[in-house]
Design a protein around this ligand. Structure first.
Ligand SMILES: CC(C)(COP(=O)(O)OP(=O)(O)OC[C@H]1O[C@@H](n2cnc3c(N)ncnc32)[C@H](O)[C@@H]1OP(=O)(O)O)[C@@H](O)C(=O)NCCC(=O)NCCS
Length: 152
């Protein structure tokens, strides 16, 4: 898939509302039963960095990172792309921007829900490997899979 002409930068408060709405109306958060009311405070939490991808100034995706979330290394807490923009390289660009933002990090970590097979495949294609499984972690019946990519 070709790279798309997008710009990635830090989120504004308006962007955070857009991010929370995107998650609240998208899988996996619908299955995980996370609605706008809990997602907005999570996106606004100042402990996290939120990077937004924009095409011609309009948000098309975002990634939310805790800079020291797992064992002192960056942890991707959420990543989502607007449905009409998926499959065009925005998700890859957001993952690449995350790695570039932390040049001294040895690893980047993330969790993916066990039912989210396409997202897991994307991460594996981009060098993330399964670290461990957390059964029933967010909702009963599904696991969260901790994955990590070695950067250096
Ligand atoms: C996962 C996601 C962020 C990837 O962003 P993207 O811009 O579509 O990713 P890219 O264009 O760089 O790569 C496309 C790959 O993403 C993966 N993908 C996962 N869910 C997808 C979806 N709903 N639509 C398209 N691609 C998806 C696929 O592996 C796809 O590769 P394929 O075309 O060979 O199947 C995006 O699809 C999304 O927002 N999905 C819903 C939210 C989600 O699952 N977030 C991850 C939580 S851990």
């Amino acid at each position: 898939m070709d790279e798309v002409a997008i710009e990635i930068g830090e989120a504004t408060t308006d962007d955070c509302e857009w991010c929370a709405r995107l998650m609240a109306t998208s899988e996996p958060w619908m299955t995980l039963r996370r609605g706008y009311d809990v997602l907005l405070p999570a996106v606004l939490d100042p402990e996290y960095v939120v990077l937004v991808a924009r095409r011609a100034g309009t948000p098309c995706g975002f990634i939310r990172i805790h800079p020291r979330g797992v064992a002192g290394s960056p942890y991707v807490a959420s990543v989502a792309v607007a449905e009409s923009e998926r499959g065009q390289g925005v998700g890859k660009a957001l993952l690449d921007a995350t790695a570039a933002r932390y040049p001294n990090a040895r690893y980047v970590f993330l969790c993916v829900s066990s039912f989210n097979v396409r997202a897991r495949a994307l991460y594996e294609r981009h060098g993330y490997r399964l670290i461990g499984e957390l059964p029933d972690y967010v909702v009963d019946g599904y696991s969260e899979l901790l994955m990590g990519k070695r950067l250096a």
